[in-house]
Design a protein around this ligand. Sequence first.
Ligand SMILES: Cc1ncc(COP(=O)(O)O)c(C=O)c1O
Length: 419
Amino acid sequence: MSNEIFEKYESNVRSYCRKWPVEFSHAKGSIIVGVDGKKYIDFFDGAGALNYGHNNDYIKNELIKYIESDGIVHSLDMYATAKKNFIEFYEKEVLIPRGLDYKIMFANPTGTNAIEMAIKLARKNKKRSNIFALMGAFHGMTLGSLALTTEKGAREGAGVPLYNVTHIAPPYYMDNSFDTIKYIEEVLNDDHSGVEKPAAIILETVQAEGGIYPFSVQFLQDLRRVCDENDILLIVDDIQVGCARTGTFFSFERANIKPDMVVMSKSIGGYGLPLSLVMVKPELDIFTPGEHNGTFRGFQLSMITAKAGLEFMLNNKIEAEVKRKEQIVNNYLNNEIKPLLKENMSFRGIGLIWGIDFMDGKLARAVLDKCFEKGLIIELAGRNDRVLKIMPALTIEDELLLEGLNIIKESIKEVLWKN
Ligand SMILES: Cc1ncc(COP(=O)(O)O)c(C=O)c1O
């Protein structure tokens, strides 16, 4: 099959297609199919946008019904029925059972738009420009969110200085010995630190693009306390690891904390359709009407699939399923993969997001290429792309999960132990 049309006309900026240089035409569940008919197991999951699998039948039927009824598709932030139904369901089935009270700001279309909205609102509330973010963070590619994001290549694309963010080393720095909490406290209390007090601290509870680093419950609770003690907002970016990825709908539930703002995108859309939103404590909801805006904020098809996605998640007890499958992955990595790794290599993860850290980007890429040859779509993350990122749909069948893990094992054997 020829990819000539893409290579000739699509910008050089394209990236994923360079790892999997085939044309895909169909997908179902955790299988994605090339135009030549070759099937691949999907451990990439649309970068976390397809937690309930490709073309999920339940969600698809709700979408088709809505389209056939000529329901409103585009509505900016006008009142619309699909949005009403989503908000009502979200409040009743997601927020209230968890004791959470937030207002919802729709940001659409994509994750970075919601991050921009959250940090603008934090700055407005606290009348401070600085934000603390963690080294290794990924929060998006537009200028405000890019200032939070740390990857060098991405930052170099900005073309302007990226201001008003202070990056703090996370606890895994210095061989897991860095005391991030103590450092933040000292910096805030030292009138010679030279660091402006931030409006907010933003973090992913599991750094995903940074290389799959789940933060401990203690760390998350301590950060909540530091924010409270210093009048700083805590923003959780749950764009990638929310929507049950870690075994609870929100990733911060395991720490029993309540962030001041929560940013959602990717799988909140349920079906791979764009939806992004910010949940904000009611007292912080101080934007004046239209102060933040966007034409595609009211994309009603995403409201339909978002509600259907939540129904599917609850009806199929997906959170419990993730915890069960977490054991399958953890056992497999311990029993089958660990013995194949060299001394400096390791794995880490939680729920259904795991990384195998080869400590070497070239090796990780060689394993990825072997996986692809053998029919597995899988992505890299972390410093120099040295981490193989295992992130299947939460709905993946056990047999496919094991088949994908087996492909990783065989690929590692061939790459690491070929002689
Ligand atoms: C944690 C996190 N935040 C923000 C973003 C940005 O989302 P988007 O690519 O939809 O702009 C991503 C995307 O990978 C992400 O993983």
